[in-house]
Design a protein around this ligand. Structure first.
Ligand SMILES: NC(=O)c1ccc[n+]([C@@H]2O[C@H](COP(=O)([O-])OP(=O)(O)OC[C@H]3O[C@@H](n4cnc5c(N)ncnc54)[C@H](OP(=O)(O)O)[C@@H]3O)[C@@H](O)[C@H]2O)c1
Length: 366
């Protein structure tokens, strides 16, 4: 029986994890969970599943409040399913408390990858990816349950989102961008999948998790979302992980690691499958050009990318700016801001704040 804390239990990943626990009460027990705006929904689930400890994240959430909560709960593993940069403090508190981290919150690694990976190593608290692509890469790479095998290249697959094949995105509305063809996810990541910013975040996530250089990660469009990523080894052999598009599997895999368990997914009928792979269109999805610029410099640039994208995408959701303005704001801030090394965690919070201020000025001008 694994005892779990779910941070971000009211969101899409959090609710998928709750479904998994509900279906497998002999394997998992939720001992603690957090929510913010949807705390009332979580309270209902807590009564049904007998979750003893709840954390209401509305208002100021200090690192001490999070570590204190973790100590009360006494879990075996913690799932971080908080969205955005706000998830970083939950990642840090988990690792500082010496617990294994099932990580859905990719923004922790994008904004503070070197610090997070160093803390994981220092505290011997493993990070097991929950993002489906990184779970796939992890499954291809992990050796003897501990070591990452040497590899040549990572092929990071991408569905292409709802606008795959389109070249004019000037009239895109939030409702259109929220219609993902394959995945049912939270609002932020769904818009990020439509701009391909999500793939840019995942690119940085892969670099940090697997120690890859920028030249070792290649984005490949794969509209069917069956192959969740692939890894090529020195002898040119390529190993891929395939499964129907469902978060149940990567969540179950991370929570059960190193064991596997049945999570009720249907077997694909390979005779009826038509799997295709394409190059991404960098001219239309200009986030990919911004990615190239940021990946060439690294240092503070992924933190800046994440901060600006989060604010610009949120402004698009509420109708303040157009879809293509997200690209323009990303381009403007990432080329104007000073490139510099990240010196400390405090510095990361400052870089995030400054990048948002620059993005907000452009949003307000739009
Ligand atoms: N959805 C997917 O299928 C999927 C797949 C792969 C990776 N991911 C990653 O998983 C993370 C969560 O995604 P999601 O789609 O589940 O997002 P979501 O549906 O928007 O849920 C976000 C969760 O985080 C909580 N939250 C938001 N802001 C917070 C803050 N400032 N402090 C504390 N908690 C906060 C929300 O609480 P309230 O809503 O109650 O305020 C909610 O529980 C993201 O990093 C995303 O990139 C998601």
């Amino acid at each position: 029986m694994k005892k779990i804390i779910i941070f971000g239990a009211s969101g899409s990943v959090g609710r998928s994890a709750i479904e998994l626990v509900r279906a497998n009460p002999e394997q998992f027990k939720i001992v603690g969970a957090s929510a913010g705006r949807r705390f009332k929904n979580l309270e209902k689930t807590a009564t049904e599943l007998n979750i003893e400890h709840l954390l209401d994240t509305r208002g100021q959430m200090t690192p001490q409040a999070i570590t204190g909560f973790i100590q009360q709960c006494k879990p075996n593993i913690i799932l971080n399913a908080v969205s955005g940069f706000a998830g970083l403090r939950f990642t840090l508190a988990t690792l500082e408390s010496n617990f294994p981290l099932a990580l859905a919150n990719k923004e922790s690694l994008v904004a503070a990858g070197d610090f997070v990976m160093a803390l994981s190593k220092e505290r011997k608290s493993p990070i097991i990816p929950v993002d489906s692509e990184h779970s796939a890469i992890w499954q291809c790479l992990i050796n003897d349950n501990t070591e990452i095998k040497p590899f040549n290249k990572i092929y990071l697959t991408c569905s292409g989102g709802p606008f795959f094949g389109k070249t004019d995105l000037s009239t895109v509305t939030p409702n259109q961008a929220l219609e993902h063809p394959n995945w049912d996810m939270g609002e932020g990541i769904t818009i990020d999948s439509a701009t391909l910013a999500n793939k840019c975040l995942e690119f940085f996530e892969a670099m940090h998790l697997f120690g890859a250089t920028k030249d070792q990660v290649e984005i490949v469009i794969h509209p069917q979302s069956m192959v969740h990523s692939m890894v090529q080894f020195d002898d040119s052999s390529i190993i891929a992980q395939l499964s129907p598009p469902s978060m149940q599997l990567p969540i179950a895999y991370a929570l059960n690691f190193p064991e596997r368990s049945d999570c009720g997914l249907p077997s694909p009928d390979f005779r009826a499958l038509d799997l295709s792979f394409r190059a991404p269109d960098k001219n239309t999805f200009r986030t990919l050009q911004v990615l190239e610029h940021c990946a060439a410099h690294m240092q503070n640039m992924p933190t800046v990318f994440n901060a600006v994208n989060e604010d610009a995408r949120n402004a698009f959701i509420v109708g303040k700016i157009s879809f293509v303005r997200i690209f323009e704001i990303l381009e403007a801030v990432t080329t104007q801001i000073r490139i510099m090394p990240l010196e400390s965690l405090e510095h990361i919070y400052e870089v995030d704040k400054n990048a948002r201020a620059m993005a907000q000025a452009l949003i307000n001008k739009s």
